[in-house]
Design a protein around this ligand. Structure first.
Ligand code: ATP
Ligand code: MG
Length: 448
């Protein structure tokens, strides 16, 4: 027996009372069987979209994708996507079905779905409907295409990335035929829009098994991220590294908290290395300038994937700074917080920590880990003390300075900045009277 939320049961019951079949389907059934709380609930029904809309007259009904048979019904604040049983027509562009055809058969609807674990339906009346052995694959942690894998990936290449994404997030292994077919069909990914590719990648990198997927499916990922290919097998020729560049980045990616920006930055942090390799007289590898080069490449990758601007800039900046050294002193930390902002500072520490964890174990690693712990503690202490590290938190502003007799203009900004330095360095306390005194006496001796 599966427990569905009351609103979902209510939606099923209303459709059944009107004479239609309706079941929960896809991801929510899979997740519920795995004992996870599903993010959202999709229903599949024999009712046509306009019939569904009529059943829920009086409720909020949104025609989300009426052409594809989907309407969204909101019951007690919970949006439920309700889609008519359908089969997809041919796919001439490996992307969009040319036409969808509605069908009275739940089985046909399940047959169009990508993987067996996603092709199960459930309702209190029907129980679990599982014509392709999804429950058993779920049990053994296997991703298997419904039907002929080669044909399914040829129809819609996005399924190749979905395979990798589910493999990473669920920790499931693709079954042999499915895996081989996905690799063979990988060039089809060139037809998938940048936005959809990026969305799958965002989710894939947050998976618990991202490292395995990146390392075993590099050929597939290399179609959308060709920059990963030169990293594979690239020997760093350095005693602190036990991994090649790709293994190192995949390990760092998995070691960082599962948030899209951090994961992507960790995966790409050394993408510039292959271009910057240089062996010294002893044959030891060096990568001067790789962080800057990596930032340029990251910027290009994320533009190509049409990442949102904020994400692109943040990830690029994390790649650029990943090797930056911050001394674990109060003064250096305050300066870093001021320069980069608190969010970036803590994100950068996460990247540096994961980068270090993906190195060869040894005293140097331990020492570095201690340094990051100290940097984190100092940063948190500064936050707790509301230490002054931005002009906004300075106890005086431009108007205060003008009121105290300073002239408006660009020099005012320099004075504020100099005051902030003085506070950060402990030469003056962050209080209005003290700051004005300091500014006035310093103006006499020219603090800039
Ligand atoms: P999640 O919501 O966690 O991403 P999901 O399985 O619900 O997982 P959705 O993208 O919401 O994924 O799709 C809902 C269902 O629709 C899937 O479970 C699957 O049955 C089907 N589906 C989605 N995309 C495809 C596709 N490209 N090819 C075939 N079936 C698909
Ligand atoms: Mg879903």
């Amino acid at each position: 027996m599966m427990q569905l939320p009351i609103e979902v049961n209510e939606a099923i019951r209303r459709l059944e009372d009107a004479g239609y079949t309706a079941c929960a389907v896809g991801g929510c059934v899979r997740d519920a069987l795995l004992g996870k709380v599903p993010q959202d609930y999709d229903l599949t029904t024999s009712a046509r979209p306009e019939q569904t809309a009529a059943v829920f007259a009086g409720e909020q009904v949104i025609p989300t994708g009426a052409k594809h048979g989907t309407v969204t019904v909101v019951l007690s604040g919970r949006p439920i996507e309700i889609t008519t049983f359908r089969v997809d027509g041919g796919y001439s562009d490996a992307r969009h079905p040319d036409a969808v055809r509605f069908t009275p058969s739940l089985e046909e609807d399940l047959a169009r779905r990508d993987f067996t674990v996603n092709a199960m339906a459930y309702s209190p009346r029907t129980g679990l409907v599982d014509p392709f052995g999804g429950a058993s694959d779920l049990e053994s942690g296997v991703l298997r295409c419904v039907g002929n894998a080669a044909a399914r990936f040829r129809e819609d290449a996005l399924r190749i990335l979905r395979l990798l994404r589910f493999s990473a997030t669920l920790g499931f292994l693709p079954e042999a035929d499915t895996a081989a077919a996905a690799r063979a069909a990988r060039d089809g990914l060139r037809h998938i829009s940048a936005e959809r590719t990026a969305e799958e990648l965002r989710r894939l990198v947050c998976g618990r098994d991202v490292r395995r997927v990146v390392l075993t499916e590099t050929d597939i990922l290399g179609v959308v991220l060709p920059e990963l290919l030169p990293m594979r097998g690239f020997d760093q020729r350095n005693k602190h590294h036990v991994y090649d560049v790709l293994e190192h980045c995949a390990a760092a990616c998995e070691a960082v908290p599962a948030r899209p920006v951090l994961r992507m930055a960790a995966l790409l942090h050394d993408v510039g290395k292959p271009d910057c390799f240089f062996a010294d007289d002893e044959g030891v590898g060096h990568f001067y300038g790789h962080a800057e080069r990596g930032a340029a490449m990251t910027e290009e990758i994320l533009r190509r994937l049409r990442y949102d601007n904020a994400g692109r800039m943040r990830i690029t900046e994390l790649v650029r700074r990943h090797d930056m050294r911050i001394e674990p002193t109060e003064k250096a930390v305050l300066r870093a917080l001021r320069r980069f902002g608190t969010e970036f500072y803590f994100q950068l520490l996460e990247i540096k920590r994961a980068d270090t964890l993906a190195h060869a174990p040894g005293p140097k690693l331990d020492e570095r880990m201690e340094r990051y712990a100290a940097l984190k503690a100092l940063g948190e202490k500064a936050l707790a003390q509301r230490a002054c590290f931005s002009l906004r938190s300075l106890a005086v502003d431009g108007n205060d300075l003008i009121a105290a007799g300073f002239s408006p203009g660009p020099a005012l900004g320099r004075t504020l900045s100099a005051l902030l330095d003085a506070v950060t360095d402990g030469r003056v306390v962050n209080e209005k009277a003290a700051l004005l005194d300091y500014a006035l006496s310093a103006a006499a001796t020219d603090i800039q």
